[in-house]
Design a protein around this ligand. Sequence first.
Ligand SMILES: NC(=O)c1ccc[n+]([C@@H]2O[C@H](COP(=O)([O-])OP(=O)(O)OC[C@H]3O[C@@H](n4cnc5c(N)ncnc54)[C@H](OP(=O)(O)O)[C@@H]3O)[C@@H](O)[C@H]2O)c1
Length: 304
Amino acid sequence: MTTICVPDAAAAAALGELAGVDVVIWDGTGAAPVGLDRVEFLVATYSSAATVSAETLAGMVRLQVIQVLSAGVEAWVDRVPAGVVLCNGRGVHGASTAELAVAGISSLLRELPRFHADQVDHVWSPGLTDGLDGKRVLIVGAGDIGQRVAAAVTAFGAAVTFVARRPRADVHAIAELPELLPRHDIVVIAVPHTPQTHRLVDAAFLAAMPDGAMLVNIARGQLVDTDALVAELVTGRLQAFLDVTDPEPLPGDHPLWAAPNVLITPHVGGGTHRWEQRAYRLVREQIVRFDKGEPLENVVLDGY
Ligand SMILES: NC(=O)c1ccc[n+]([C@@H]2O[C@H](COP(=O)([O-])OP(=O)(O)OC[C@H]3O[C@@H](n4cnc5c(N)ncnc54)[C@H](OP(=O)(O)O)[C@@H]3O)[C@@H](O)[C@H]2O)c1
């Protein structure tokens, strides 16, 4: 009998019937429930990394897998006990996050905020706008989100250049950014936040972007030096679509709110109404693999 732990009853229901699987319900807060010491497969929320203590994890003597539902695992990566495998939610949020990135890009190019302001004022004010046709889009990160953004923007006539960790055919090395940035109109950030990518988008990165260029960050706020970005936005030289910011939540008096040419959404990239269905489809498949002794998908840390 495999014992798993899921955060709540809704998650257990979303998993459906799993023969031979015992389910413990615990969201990582409050007292440890009966049976936690039997759990082999823990489905962890992003926020539970902050509430599950090291002592509790150490007491989970049969734990073999921590399955996180987000693509980013930075909250968990330093907390995984030796011998435990950490898996992420790659694929769960990719399509919805890429969809929001493209929506943000199109909103700014096609001036939807201005048209909406006109609508509120009952003003009919037509005029030509910018668009994706002919735009040169640099996508930093050639993974799930990056590939999906590329597919969408090329459908509207943009040309895509990729940069990623491992250079390969059609994917440039991160060291080539200084030459690539001046030649692109839109830069999409779609890499994980790691020590190597922290503040990747600093003042020098932004200065290398041409006048009028757009920064899109749908990955993590800490990838961008917010003060440097605000400085570029207030001069009107750059524009930005940000689903993530540093800090989060963005305080009410933060200068980013009032900066011109910026569209902000509150870290909702992955969050459509169907996200839990997508997440628990992945979790169910992972549990079946684990139960059969088959290799798991989305392994980001093998623990050994
Ligand atoms: N806004 C939201 O709600 C939301 C939702 C989902 C995800 N996210 C964020 O988006 C990130 C990307 O998600 P994903 O699903 O596209 O991830 P993914 O499929 O794992 O792809 C990550 C990409 O980043 C590249 N990369 C990793 N480390 C790098 C480095 N040091 N320098 C340059 N490139 C590097 C990888 O390069 P290689 O191809 O060479 O390995 C890969 O192309 C996640 O880590 C998460 O933080 C945000």
